[in-house]
Design a protein around this ligand. Sequence first.
Ligand SMILES: CC(C)(COP(=O)(O)OP(=O)(O)OC[C@H]1O[C@@H](n2cnc3c(N)ncnc32)[C@H](O)[C@@H]1OP(=O)(O)O)[C@@H](O)C(=O)NCCC(=O)NCCS
Length: 185
Amino acid sequence: MQGTAHAAAVPLPGRIRLLRHSELPQFRDHLLRLDADSRRDRFNGPTSDSFVASYAERCFNDGTIVIGYVDDGQVLGAAELHERPEDAEPTGEIAFSVERHLQRRGLGGLLFARLVESARAFGYERLLVTTHPRNEPMKRLARSFNARLRFDQGETVGLIELEPAPPLPARPGAGALALAVAAVV
Ligand SMILES: CC(C)(COP(=O)(O)OP(=O)(O)OC[C@H]1O[C@@H](n2cnc3c(N)ncnc32)[C@H](O)[C@@H]1OP(=O)(O)O)[C@@H](O)C(=O)NCCC(=O)NCCS
């Protein structure tokens, strides 16, 4: 993934992790701080502060997975996964936001990789990302995660098919026992 190379070049002191329920205010403030262009790209059009604030609240109340880039208690980037229960296969709609001063450092790629990890852990098989056709950074990001891009009613939709989580060992517990024996001898 090319994003990782950017990250290595410019140190990012924060952490990428799942956000706790109590971190709704930090997530909301992150979305509200996005500059006008980034906010428009994120929400595919103009939005008011009150829309953004209630959107953040909805995410924390409807089971959306929210991963953040957290630095000194502030959320400065985020990746979201919204379940699409209407789809036959386990599918999530994903979205990303990185504050302007941190863009182009590989953070989008790192958030994407962490989101894919969580999606697989939850058994998702397909991820969808929707953006407008001129959103080059998002399209590049999606492509670097092997998304198949198509155009649909003026939007670009990327589809990522995930490898399923690995199966359990044939004899559950056998591995743990072998380790314990190895530790004794
Ligand atoms: C999309 C977004 C999350 C990418 O975050 P980022 O941290 O800048 O991403 P990265 O640094 O990992 O770069 C991702 C790719 O986009 C490219 N890129 C980043 N900014 C770019 C720009 N302004 N123009 C062209 N390409 C750009 C990078 O070169 C990289 O491509 P590569 O891996 O082929 O080199 C960020 O730009 C953003 O928050 N945009 C506003 C919200 C948005 O558009 N969200 C997507 C819709 S949900």
